[in-house]
Ligand binder design. Sequence first.
Ligand code: PMT
Length: 400
Amino acid sequence: MLTGKKVVVGISGGIAAYKAVEIVSRLKKAGAEVRVVMTRAATQFVTPLTFREISGNPVVCDMWQEPKEWNVEHIALANWADVFLIAPATANIIGKIASGIADEFLSTTVMATKAMVMLAPAMNSNMYINPIVTDNLLRLSKIGYQIIPPDSGMLACGVEGPGRLPEPETIVNTLVRILTRGSDLAGKKVLVTAAGTREPLDPVRYIGNRSSGKMGYALASAAANRGADVVMVSGPSNLPPPPGVVVKKVETAAEMRQAVLDEFGNADLVIKAAAVADYRPSIVSKQKIKKTDGKITLVLEKNPDILAELGERKVKQILVGFAAETEDLLTHATEKLNRKNLDMIVANDVTLPGAGFDSDTNIVRVLYQDGRIEELPQMSKDSLAGQLLDRITALMTNSN
Ligand code: PMT
């Protein structure tokens, strides 16, 4: 799958450096020509010799070492690469790249390359969620760096949380998918909604929900990777904007409705993964609501159902909804599929561990207009996005 592709693998100094051995091996087996660059710290975890043997090429660890070949210097390697993969990418190398620091071979070569750069961050959870690291990743993703999000789980440092380097197979599959990105959605305009809305009560409080945006962002990213022009209307989310996706940020259901209607006429496909508030406070207090001794009553009024409105207006668009349910999954999802005039609805029982809000994985059933129901196993939201798009592109082909 990677025959003829030139991949530079950058390895920075974290315990996950050992996984890079399998990454290089898998890249070679997929047909890629691989050159490895290691930071000094990385060589403390795995020896350059290991990578030399597996890649079949000299390994560069030092800016000043005597080159083994005439053209192995940072500019030559930067020009040579079709893709640059840094795995593991430590907080340090991410910080250096984001800040434009080029003080050793790896950061210097990355700065000099015009190839696509993919970063697979791996570090302690507290480091990963440190706003400095989050900001650096956001900054890099905004300028087109591809970030492969870390897995969550038990880390080598004994802490449980996000920060684990994904399995080599996942990293290589992601690289293959991005490099050989299918174009089955080329020329299609896709509108995705993501994350939850916030309905203000006063200047500091709101009614919201637990949607993180992970499902919608994964879908937008996957659609862009398949060649679509993607606009994503997103409620508040901490996730970095997916590369190649136009993101329109909104807060309330009313703002989401307006942004969606603005784009709807151009869209071939709409996927509504957002968790939209069904109700909003009737009155938004101009001042912070003061505490009193007694109870207070909030009066709520109904928000417009955006998807139902799209269902009424639809001409050529394929409409895909989500249903987040806590009981009678299929009954409620079927009712929404029909009432909102959808082509497909993705039903998730959000009471299941590993499904629904803020989870990295999801467990869904896919319901179609013709009555078919498909049950999908638990999988990452990224994988699910790919699976759903496979089914949606089939629907689009059949509807033409
Ligand atoms: O963001 P994550 O943390 O990854 O979580 C993902 C998710 C659980 C939010 C996602 O998988 C999901 O289920 N999204 C839909 C949540 C929801 O609001 O479901 P619903 O059953 O209330 O709404 C049904 C459909 O109508 C949805 O497509 C929704 O976007 C849409 N809707 C709902 C209400 C409304 N006023 N307008 C709408 O357009």
